[in-house]
Design a binder for this molecule. Sequence first.
Ligand SMILES: Nc1ncnc2c1ncn2[C@@H]1O[C@H](COP(=O)(O)OP(=O)(O)OP(=O)(O)O)[C@@H](O)[C@H]1O
Length: 247
Amino acid sequence: MLVVDRVNMSYRKGGMFSREKQQVLKNISFQYEQGECLGIIGESGCGKSTLGRLLMGIEKPERGTILLKGEDIGRKSARKGRISAVFQDYTSSINPYFTVEQAVMESLNMKTSSRKFNQSKVDHLLQHVGLEPSCRYKYPHELSGGQIQRVCIARAIATESPCILLDEAISSLDGSVQMQVLQLLKKLKENDKLGYIFITHDIKAAAFICDRVMIMRSGQVEEIVNIEHLNNVQSPYARKMLQMIIN
Ligand SMILES: Nc1ncnc2c1ncn2[C@@H]1O[C@H](COP(=O)(O)OP(=O)(O)OP(=O)(O)O)[C@@H](O)[C@H]1O
């Protein structure tokens, strides 16, 4: 479904007028199949979020290609209805002047503009992500972090995209709420055949919902491994990193 081929990205070091560049992604290649959950893990600064922005078409790779169902991800038509995202900072992901209903409707309107039809879908979506119907008329400041993140997930699934990119989407939530959101994602994957690209530094969370993980190191792909072989990674760096995190 998604084919990433020799993607490179660099940024200017030290501001707009600097000539010096920092190469953040180096020859990244991998494929993502519809319905799977692919984790992207690695230490802070290794380029995970940069790759996430490229996969969403927010930025363009300097070199290389990203094709979604054969179309360049940079084209709006390639992304529309095929990929949506949930980011870490849920507070800025939703317009603070929108009620939950308005926030979810905004996503639904991208698919069809029938107001009546979309309004009837809001309750169903809220229920789907485990939110009470009473949340419908609340504003973000009246909700907990976990509830807002569920609204963000409802917005992402409202587009009916087969793939959702989650960039550290549970990192700002506390332990038990993280687990609830992970269980919700797992349920949606099993029941609705949703697929995820799950960017995280939390290997335990990745092990819980991912089918495969791609381990990144300094802007490069170190290793891609099926989750059942996570204890058996080949690269010494990946082995050391996993041991450090798991112990
Ligand atoms: N817009 C930008 N301009 C300049 N440098 C950037 C930009 N975005 C990212 N970088 C640099 O690219 C490198 C990779 O950053 P990125 O946020 O992709 O890493 P990450 O693996 O997601 O880190 P973390 O886990 O801490 O979020 C960092 O050195 C960062 O400073």
